[in-house]
Write a protein that binds this ligand. Structure first.
Ligand code: V47
Length: 426
């Protein structure tokens, strides 16, 4: 250990933890608490960066994906959520038929996409066959793309209604879903694995024991999945540590988790909107502590939609090795100042990574490498995605500034906007 580094970690009171990280030893819950409490975020981030580079070197992964939120009807009533509509008499309620969902996918038919991310509310009216049909239709619309669908909360509902169709175990249901086209499962739904927060904010959803049981079953059925933590509302630090320990234990058992995604809570338009949203500093700390505590997770993702493109760029030096993807449309949170769909083009994502000083690698949902650097970026794809989503501007979150020798995301976006206008004028 260099004298400078030793001096920095000891001055921050993190000498012992630094030694463990250096030796690749597992951190204890007490270490996790100390990392959350330490004011020197730089040292916490530098420690996380050691693990990040040990596992993933200089690589920052991205994916060409499309999100489809097939229904917002949900009977769970989670207080942190602004997305859901009540099952009865809610004017915001919508349900897509499987064919309509597939049409959304076809709308982007000329844009290269390797992942369709499909999630929705827990809609009590949808029968078992709906979910199978949804997968089949989307697969038929986009046979080359992987389908990553259904949080464990939706799976819990699907398993429940599957009984009417004579399917009595999660294993049988996973087999049916796989045959219909399911390739992997997203994170989401566990929120914070604490009985207290469960009781306070999302009491009617499956508890942590059930979420973990279903994740275990998915992994034993040969499916990979992700996990998330929703932070920045009423949770306490010790509860987040409990969350990490539970996930880490299941990962020791199954090895089925690919990526962990800390989700920065957005209070806007929720029942808790008077609470303050997490800051960028908190976002970076969550990424860093997750990287350090979840020593057996291959990847930590900074989901740019939730914590902004600039924070995601910094997060690539605080433990994150993945920025998620192009998204196209995202309904679960919206930028309240603009009622626009949310998208970053492949060029913008790659430029964002290069600007942050990392090496962009395009992946599919299973982390198979598809392209490197600027290889996979095409202007045609950029134009089409803008055209189809009726988008010329990105999320207002995007605040990337110009640097030497790099076309910045905002600059290239303006060019695309001009090109699109020229195309329309013809
Ligand atoms: O479980 C709901 C969260 C999750 C809000 O696996 C909110 O690659 C912030 O799991 N503010 C669903 N978050 C999304 C999810 C996800 C997202 C991106 C990538 C992956 C992946 C998974 O969204 C829910 C909940 O935790 N959520 N409302 C909100 N107001």
């Amino acid at each position: 250990m260099s004298t400078f580094w030793q001096h920095q970690t000891e001055r921050a009171g993190l000498g012992e933890i630094a030694q463990k990280v250096q030796n690749g030893e597992r951190l204890s819950p007490a270490d996790g608490l100390a990392l959350y409490a330490n004011p020197n975020l730089n040292v916490v981030g530098a420690l996380a960066n050691i693990v990040r580079e040990r596992k993933n070197g200089d690589t920052a992964y991205w994916v060409r994906n499309q999100h489809v939120n097939y229904t917002n009807v949900c009977n769970k009533g989670c207080l942190f959520c602004s997305f859901y509509a009540k099952p009865k008499d809610d004017p915001r309620a919508y349900v897509m038929t499987p064919q309509q969902a597939a049409q959304k996918v076809r709308n982007y038919g000329d844009v290269p996409i390797s992942e369709v991310h499909v999630v929705g509310g827990v809609n009590p009216k949808l029968p078992y066959e709906y979910y199978l049909e949804l997968l089949r239709e989307i697969k038929a619309a986009r046979p080359q793309a992987h389908i990553k669908a259904f949080t464990m909360v939706e799976i819990d509902q699907i398993v429940r209604i599957a009984k009417k169709a004579g399917k009595n175990t999660p294993r049988e249901v996973f087999e049916d879903l796989k045959s219909a086209g399911l390739d992997a499962l997203p994170g989401g739904g566990a929120e914070v694995m604490s009985d207290r927060v469960h009781e306070d904010l999302f009491a009617t959803k499956p508890d942590s024991a059930r979420w973990l049981e279903l994740a275990r079953e998915a992994h034993l059925s040969g499916l990979k999945s992700n996990a998330t933590l929703l932070y920045g509302h009423v949770e306490q630090t010790a509860e987040k540590i409990e969350h990490f320990v539970k996930l880490r234990e299941l990962q020791d058992e199954t090895g089925g988790f690919l990526s962990f995604i800390p989700l920065s809570w957005h209070p806007e338009k929720t029942a808790l909107e008077d609470l303050k949203a997490p800051t960028g500093v908190e976002d970076l700390r969550e990424i860093a502590v997750a990287r350090l505590m979840l020593d057996n997770f291959p990847h930590i993702k900074s989901f740019w939609i939730m914590n902004s493109a600039p924070v995601t760029q910094s997060a690539l030096w605080f433990g994150a090795d993945d920025v998620d993807g192009t998204i196209m449309e995202y309904e679960i949170i919206r930028d309240p100042s603009k009622d626009r769909k949310q998208v970053l083009t492949s060029r913008q994502l790659v430029e964002m990574i290069i600007e942050a000083g990392r090496q962009p690698v395009e992946r599919d949902p299973l982390y198979n490498v598809l392209s490197r650097g600027l290889e996979g970026v095409s202007d045609l794809e950029t134009l089409l995605s803008n055209q189809n989503a009726d988008l010329i501007q990105p999320s207002a979150n995007l605040g990337i500034t110009q640097r030497e020798g790099i076309t910045t995301a905002s600059q290239s976006l303006k060019e695309k906007g001009r090109a699109l206008i020229a195309l329309e004028a013809r």
